[in-house]
Design a protein around this ligand. Structure first.
Ligand SMILES: C[S@@+](CC[C@H](N)C(=O)[O-])C[C@H]1O[C@@H](n2cnc3c(N)ncnc32)[C@H](O)[C@@H]1O
Length: 469
């Protein structure tokens, strides 16, 4: 279809929202020209004003609702439209799941390029108070010097001071309010992004779903801890309920990374505990752990059940392992698990968890997954199943090549980014590995994010020509 020239697209027009884009924006078309409309829902008919027009698409803002979609509901958070975290909260939860499935299907069609079965999304067991890792940037008002803590307004660095966030445990709001007040009393300044001045840069909370305890980390724009900060840590630990530990992280670089390298625990313990697949895990300040524990539990049990039904005592490689959550959950149905993770703290915790759960059939390795898999190839080891659970950017080509070489039977690819999953599935398919289906899980209710598990069969694999280092 010929796309209309952008000059011929009116600045103000009425459009039907057809679907959601992969970033959760309503998508409409005017004679083939794509219009993205934030805060709109499939089924909405809206009058919009276009912002800057690009060659094939424009972003637009809603001027008027001509007819609202039947899937619209009242958002349960007053800040929904301001804070930018819950892009889909105004859509009925069941409809969110339907649209998320369509997002995965669309991404697969456009990048993977072939038909692939995408199953119905498995809902999150809880849809409020589910987020158990909280990272609030801290700022300060110029005149009154009030401490601000919250999220950035969508697409900006304007800090929205959030006093109540219904998607995180209630207690975290109290902890953050306490830190706002005490910091001001102790004359601890909030960070200013422009001048890179001010002491308190972020508050990070790891909150346990299992026992409701919290680990609080204050991220500082300095490289040493002073008496005021020590006092603040002690106040938090002594005066607030359910605090398991309070620590400091030093981050005085001009960077978008929330935490720096060094963390020092000032009060209490350096971890919280969480339960997955009936096993107890330890989570530290910087350890990766899925933010929604009950939904994560669904994923781990699903993968375990799949393996149990199809294999007897397989050898499993757990790559991009974090605290080896998959490996530890699967250890009782596996002959052996080998795990590889690059963050040292996670590997150390994983070893402790194995000890405390009397698990003896896991081999833990720390380092880069690609390099490790290449070494394993040199050693000639083979695994029945490889689990790949990389960060959003997906796997390196090297990791995929070596995973194909090392794995006899199935790759189970767990992904939080449908675009990089589709890219990697396409690459694997070019080498004969066939994705049987994708099972999505809703780990992040009310956002456009979606977690996927792809089951990939290797029986027709032609092992790629690997350049050994
Ligand atoms: C999405 S998390 C998955 C963790 C784990 N499977 C879980 O579910 O808890 C990805 C993990 O990969 C690790 N990682 C990122 N790049 C890596 C690399 N090149 N080599 C090894 N691990 C890496 C991160 O530190 C993180 O723990």
């Amino acid at each position: 279809m010929q796309i209309v020239n952008k000059k011929d697209v009116p600045e103000i027009l009425t459009v039907n929202i057809e679907k959601l884009s992969n970033l959760g924006l309503g998508l409409a078309k005017y004679e083939g020209y794509v219009i993205f409309v934030p805060n709109s829902c499939p089924g909405d008919i809206v009058k919009v004003k276009l912002k800057k027009k690009n060659k094939t698409f424009a972003n637009a803002e809603i001027l008027e609702f001509i007819e609202p979609s039947k899937d619209r509901v009242e958002p349960f958070c007053k800040m929904q439209n301001v804070c930018g975290s819950c892009q889909l909260q105004f859509i009925d939860y069941k409809a969110q799941l339907k649209y998320k499935k369509e997002i995965v299907e669309d991404v697969m069609k456009s990048i993977y390029g072939d038909k692939i079965e995408v199953r119905d999304v498995i809902p999150s067991p809880i849809i409020k108070e589910y987020r158990h890792k909280i990272q609030y940037p801290i700022g300060q008002t110029k005149d009154s010097k009030r401490i601000l803590a919250g999220y950035y307004k969508s697409g900006t660095h304007d800090l929205v001071n959030i006093k109540y966030c219904p998607i995180q445990p209630n207690e975290c709001d109290n902890i953050i309010e306490y830190i706002r007040i005490k910091s001001q009393e102790l004359d601890i300044s909030g960070y200013d992004e422009v001048s890179a001045k001010g002491t308190l840069r972020h508050v990070v909370i790891r909150s346990s779903y299992a026992n409701k305890k919290n680990l609080v980390i204050l991220v500082l724009n300095t490289d040493k801890i002073n008496n005021k900060i020590k006092k603040l840590c002690k106040f938090i630990y002594d005066e607030l309920p359910n605090i398991q530990g309070v620590g400091i992280n030093f981050n005085n670089k001009k960077t978008n990374l929330v935490m720096g390298e060094e963390t020092e625990i000032v009060e209490g313990k350096d971890y919280i505990e969480e339960t997955l697949c009936d096993k107890t895990f330890k989570i530290g300040a910087k350890t990766f752990f899925q933010v929604n524990p009950p939904s994560a539990d669904n994923i781990f049990r699903y993968v375990k059940e799949y393996i149990k039904q199809n294999y007897s005592q397989p050898a499993i490689l757990d790559a991009y392992a974090g605290i080896t959550a998959f490996g530890l959950c699967l250890s009782d149905i596996a002959s052996k698990v080998v795990s590889i993770e690059e963050v040292k703290e996670s590997v150390e915790l994983a070893k402790q968890i194995a000890d405390e759960n009397n698990i003896t059939n896991i081999e833990f390795h720390q380092g880069d997954a690609g390099k490790f898999l290449s070494n394993e190839t040199l050693l000639g080891r083979q695994f029945h199943i490889t689990i790949l659970d990389p960060p959003r950017k997906g796997c390196s080509v090297n990791s995929l090549d070596y995973a194909l070489k090392l794995t006899e039977n199935k790759i189970i690819y767990v992904s939080c980014n449908p675009a990089t999953l589709a890219r990697d599935l396409k690459y694997l398919k070019e080498h004969g590995a066939e994705a049987l289906y994708i099972q999505p899980f809703d780990m992040f209710p009310h956002t456009y994010h979606i977690e996927n598990v792809a089951i990939i069969d290797l029986k027709n694999v032609k092992v790629p020509d690997i350049k050994l280092p």
